[in-house]
Every structure is written in C-alpha cells, then in structure tokens.
Design a protein around this ligand. Structure first.
Ligand SMILES: Nc1ncnc2c1ncn2[C@@H]1O[C@H](COP(=O)(O)OP(=O)(O)OP(=O)(O)O)[C@@H](O)[C@H]1O
Ligand SMILES: O=C(O)C1=C[C@@H](O)[C@@H](O)[C@H](O)C1
Length: 163
C-alpha cells in the first residue's frame, strides 16, 4: 500500500480526518505530533520552549523517515523542510486539506497546545499565506474542508485517490 500523507495548516483537521480515513479504509493511522510526543516523552509546547523550533523540525524529519505504510497526519510545518517533501513524494501520496483561516480561527479559538498559534493575528495571517503557497505547491490532491464533516472529507479523499 501507498502511504497517505495529510498536510495542511494547524487546525485543518489532519488528525480528525486521518482517524475517519482509518475507519473507512481499515489502514493504520499515525499522527506525527503524537509520535514525537511518545518518543520524546514530552509535550510539543515543552519541546518548543526547551529545545526550540529547529529541534522540533528535526524530530519531524525523523518521523517522516521512520513512518510509512499508513495514513499519516503530519504537523502543519512539515512543508518547511524540502527533505520531508522528497521522502513523502517517494513513499506515497500527499493530500492537502485546505481550510480557510476564518474557519481555523473558530476551531482554534481556545487552543493553547500549538506554539505557533499563540501569536498575533497578523503573524498567524503571514504564516497562513506562506504555508498555503507551499501546501498547494507540494500536494498531489487538494480537498477543501470548510463546511464538511470529517467523514465527508474522508470519503472525498478515497474518491479522489481512486480517480
Ligand atoms: N471538518 C471539521 N469540521 C469541524 N471541526 C473540525 C473538522 N475537522 C477538525 N475539526 C476540529 O478542529 C480542531 C483541530 O482539528 P485537528 O486536531 O484534527 O487538526 P490538525 O490539522 O491535526 O491540527 P495540527 O496540525 O495543529 O495538529 C479540533 O477541535 C477538531 O475537532
Ligand atoms: O504549524 C506548525 O508548525 C505546527 C503545527 C502542529 O501540528 C505541531 O506540529 C507544532 O505545533 C507546529
């Protein structure tokens, strides 16, 4: 089987949709953020605070190297390293979950688990614009998620993969 990588901005639903896809396809599911928390025994906010963003990016790279043959929900910043893209392209298919910043802002209004969301509105907007460009560039398929349930999105992904 090919590995299915879900990419997209923080809060676009990669984890939630990944779990729905797991139910639909009966394939293993792994979330790189959870994998990193398990192998380090630490939380993402702590890793950012104690070791810095670059140390976290190296752990993400390790996750992409080691994980395969699964539905993989990646972190929002997976597109920041070209090496990640190369490996994902070699091992599988990249699906971009495209969600508006308005919708993401509603979903993450009470969130304090994502260090790069704990910034000003203009910093969030800048990161969103920069990242959207990268997601579009690297995705094999793009699925819009606004006003759809995670199950509808998972069904659409299955259809698009089989096209
Ligand atoms: N299709 C959807 N409709 C409404 N809410 C959703 C949908 N998908 C996810 N959510 C909600 O949005 C929040 C973020 O979802 P999730 O953790 O799956 O995003 P993510 O892309 O994995 O985020 P991150 O990359 O930051 O870990 C959760 O509260 C989740 O319940
Ligand atoms: O967008 C990002 O860079 C991040 C998203 C989250 O999934 C986590 O991977 C971490 O908080 C960084």
């Amino acid at each position: 089987m090919k590995t299915i990588y879900l990419i997209g901005f923080m809060g676009s639903g990669k984890t939630t949709v990944g779990k729905a896809l797991h139910e639909l396809l009966q394939l293993p599911f792994v979330d790189t953020d959870q994998w990193i928390e398990e192998i380090t025994g630490d939380s993402i906010p702590n890793i950012f605070q104690l070791s810095g963003e670059e140390a976290f990016r190296l752990l993400e790279l390790q996750a992409i190297q080691e994980l395969s043959k699964a539905i993989i929900a990646t972190g929002g910043g997976i597109v920041e390293k070209e090496d990640n893209i190369e490996m994902m392209k070699q091992k599988g298919i990249i699906i971009y979950l495209k969600t508006s910043l308005k919708e993401i802002s509603q979903r993450l209004q009470n969130d304090n688990s994502r260090p790069l969301w704990q910034t000003s509105i203009s910093q969030r907007e800048q990161l969103y614009q920069k990242r959207c460009h990268l997601y579009e560039k690297y995705a094999d398929k793009t699925i819009s998620t606004d006003e759809k349930t995670s199950y509808q999105i998972a069904q659409e992904i299955v259809q698009r993969i089989n096209e």
